[in-house]
Ligand binder design. Structure first.
Ligand code: SF4
Ligand code: SF4
Length: 217
């Protein structure tokens, strides 16, 4: 299990922002509506009302799930701790391991980076303008008219994590990480953002150690 939603206070029980929440209890499902749309769905299908016994068992399952999580992310000092860590040598360390494969951004439920592509037809009378999924880990995503603003993997990993756990809070009033752990599961080299964060937070956020250069790909 790679998730750490209990420490992020986003789960395992969905609190807000959902239509239907399903909790598995042995061979039964407890379904809970969290929005008007969810209530409409429940009204349209015929389900037995949940018994007190099922509701109690579901609460126990959720509690057991929270207690079984072995990872934690200490977010009490965020976002400032990450802003202060901008020149920390740990960014070089993680950049030396990261392959910029984009897996973490492809599986993250909150990532929304995209690019746009224009495709003219053969008559040059029409051009299709399409929005496509992209990743901030690609070289191309950092290209802004004549200059790449994130040429190295270090630049890209730092931007990704700092946006997820710091500037996202300033932008949207909430963390960009919900603690699902998918990026940990699918990272081919085993990079774990909870380990990275704890390394920064336990070693002090500012450092004067000289950084070695890291090549981009
Ligand atoms: S743990 Fe956080 S950063 Fe990783 S995939 Fe889930 S929401 Fe995204
Ligand atoms: S999945 Fe791992 S190796 Fe791939 S870009 Fe993300 S952190 Fe880097």
């Amino acid at each position: 299990m790679t998730c750490f939603c209990a420490s992020m206070e986003t789960g395992p029980r969905a609190q807000t922002g959902f239509d239907l929440a399903l909790t598995e209890v042995d061979d039964r499902l407890l379904v809970e509506a969290g929005s008007e749309a969810g209530h409409h769905v429940l009204e349209a299908i015929s389900l037995s009302p949940a018994s007190e016994e099922l509701i109690g068992e579901a609460a126990k399952c959720i509690d057991a799930c929270a207690r079984s999580q072995v990872r934690r992310l200490d977010h009490a000092r965020l976002p400032q701790a990450l802003y202060d860590a901008h020149e920390h040598p740990r960014w070089n360390d993680v950049a030396g391991r990261c392959l910029a494969c984009t897996n973490c951004t492809m599986v993250c439920p909150t990532c929304f980076c995209h690019t746009v592509e224009e495709t003219p037809d053969l008559s040059h009378q029409q051009t299709a303008h399409a929005r496509l999924w992209d990743s901030c880990f690609t070289q191309e995503h950092g290209y802004i008219h004549g200059k790449n603003i994130r040429p190295t993997i270090k630049d890209r990993y730092r931007m990704w994590l700092t946006h997820k756990l710091a500037s996202w809070i300033d932008q949207f009033g909430t963390s960009g990480c919900v603690g699902c752990g998918r990026c940990i599961t699918w990272c081919p080299v085993g990079i774990d953002l909870t380990e990275e964060l704890s390394a920064w937070l336990t070693s002090g956020s500012r450092s004067s150690v000289t950084e070695r250069p890291v090549e981009g790909t």
